[in-house]
Ligand binder design. Sequence first.
Ligand SMILES: [Zn+2]
Length: 259
Amino acid sequence: MRSSQTTPAIVLRARPYGESDKIVTFLTEGFGKLTGIAKGAARSRRRFVNSLEPFSLVALRFEERSHSNLAFIAGAELLFGMRQLASSLERISYAAYLVEITDGLVSEREENSAVFQHLRDGLRHLEQIGSSLRFLTYYELKLLHLVGYRPALELCKRCGQARSAAVSPWYFSPADGGMLCEPCSRVRRNLLPLGHAAADLLSMLQSDDHDLTSRVIMPGSVIREMRLVLLRFIQYQMDREIKSAAFLNQFSGLENAAT
Ligand SMILES: [Zn+2]
C-alpha cells in the first residue's frame, strides 16, 4: 500500500499533460519544491476545486511513485485563495515575479520551510496590503539570504576593504556576490555601478529592523541602480532570464532598468 503525505503547499505552476492530466509544481513546507501529476485535473474540476491555480495555498496530499520523480497528487484542499491578487494586474505581476524567482532559486526536494514561509507571507502581504518597491526589494534580499546567496554589501568581496564613502567608485559583481572596490574591479568583468546611497538602502532593507510600510524618498537614479543590481544578481544565480521581470517593471517605472 502506498502511504500518502500531507503538507501545506503553494502552487508555483501548472501545465496540461495529455488530455486530462496536469503536471503541477508546488513549494511545500515539509518537502521543499515538489512536482507531481494530478490525474483528471484538466478534465474535471471537481477533485481539485480551484486548488491548482497559481499562488493558491493548499493542503497537499501526495504519494511517492517508485518508478518516477513525479509524485502522485492525491488531493489539494484550498486553504487560502489570494482572491485580491486577481483583482489587480499590478499585484498579479508582483506575485508572478515572487513565485518565479523563488522557484528559480530553490532545487527540487530541498527541504527549507523558511523559504516556504517567506513566499507564503510575501503573497499574503500582496493580497492584504499591496505592492511596493520597498516590499519587493525586502522580499528579494531575504530570499537571497534564505537560499545562501546573501549579497556582501559592506566590504570589498575580493580584498576585504570596508566600503567607505571616502573611496569611490564601487561596483557590484554578480559573479562574486558582493561589492568590489575600484582597484579590484579592474580584474573583473560584467560589473554594475552601485553607489553608496543605493548600497546603504540595500543594507538597511537587508537588516531585519525596518518598517515595510514606511517610505523612503530616494532619487530615481538610486532606485534604478539598486533594482538593476538585484535583478542581475538573481538572474545570475537562477542562470536564466526572469520572464516576469519585464512586465513587473511597467508598474515600477523601471522599464529602462531591466534592459
Ligand atoms: Zn577590493
